[in-house]
Design a protein around this ligand. Structure first.
Ligand code: CA
Length: 249
């Protein structure tokens, strides 16, 4: 069964060349040229991958991304002429899996698409091993649900994947390269700030004091590791429930 890619792009030349190169690789390809039609197409056709331009008629790509992500875990690669980092971060925050800046080569786009799909199928296999229980922190992979002290934690896709990866071998340091390879699927995304941003978000959701993490630790010059709550790092210094009123800067 061939994979299905939905190309959401209003510039006909670009849409055509993307569709052409994916078709040539055996993908089942559809193209739509506005945001609203795209939403319908996602619901009805259920693509395995979405290539999404940001500037679109009727509904822009950010909004499309946000809405799709509410309903589906389908991987999304954003296309954009914008290079500002704010867009990149916002795109990832909305749940995009990758980000390609125009002009790009269709070869690069294909490589990223393959990497993302390879990863998501690896994840499906990994998801068979269902549950990681650290007491306060429980990761239920079958339900794709993370709970902290019994309360569900709302995680973005990448945050969840980073957490699952680190949790596979608690206490072991994962290099940035390993995390990129496993979570983003390739080395193209060498922008290391992306990883830091996601780790920061994770800490904001999981740590009692995100600026003084006890669970997701930075290994300087290496990467990150997870220390399960109540693990060797201990939590004796953090007595009270919420000490979130500290200065943010
Ligand atoms: Ca456009």
């Amino acid at each position: 069964m061939s994979h299905k890619v939905l190309v959401i792009e209003d510039e006909a030349d670009i849409a055509r060349s993307i569709a052409y190169s994916f078709k040539k690789e055996g993908w089942d390809t559809r193209t739509v040229n506005d945001g609203l039609t795209a939403l319908d197409e996602v619901r009805l056709w259920r693509p395995d991958l979405i290539i999404l331009d940001l500037i679109l008629p009727r509904m822009d790509g950010f909004e499309v991304c946000r809405r799709v992500r509410k309903e589906h875990a389908v991987p999304i690669i954003i296309l954009s002429a914008r290079t500002a980092e704010i867009d990149r971060v916002v795109g990832l925050e909305l749940g995009a899996d990758d980000y390609v800046v125009k002009p790009f080569s269709t070869r690069e786009l294909l490589a990223r698409a393959r990497a993302i799909l390879r990863r998501s199928s690896l994840n499906d296999e990994a998801n068979q091993t269902t549950r990681i229980d650290f007491g306060d922190l429980i990761i239920d992979k079958q339900m794709r649900l993370v709970t902290l002290k019994g309360k569900p934690v709302d995680l973005r896709l990448k945050e969840y994947e980073i957490l699952c990866l680190l949790a596979e071998y608690p206490g072991r340091a994962f290099t940035r390269e390993m995390i990129f390879e496993r979570v983003w699927g390739d080395a193209f995304l060498s922008d290391s700030r992306t990883l830091d941003v996601h780790v920061r978000w994770l800490r904001e959701k999981l740590e009692q004091d995100p600026s003084n993490p006890e669970m997701i630790l930075t290994m300087r010059g290496v990467g990150y590791k997870l220390v399960p709550p109540g693990g060797s790092a201990g939590n004796s210094s953090a007595g009270s429930e919420s000490q979130t009123d500290e200065a943010e800067q």
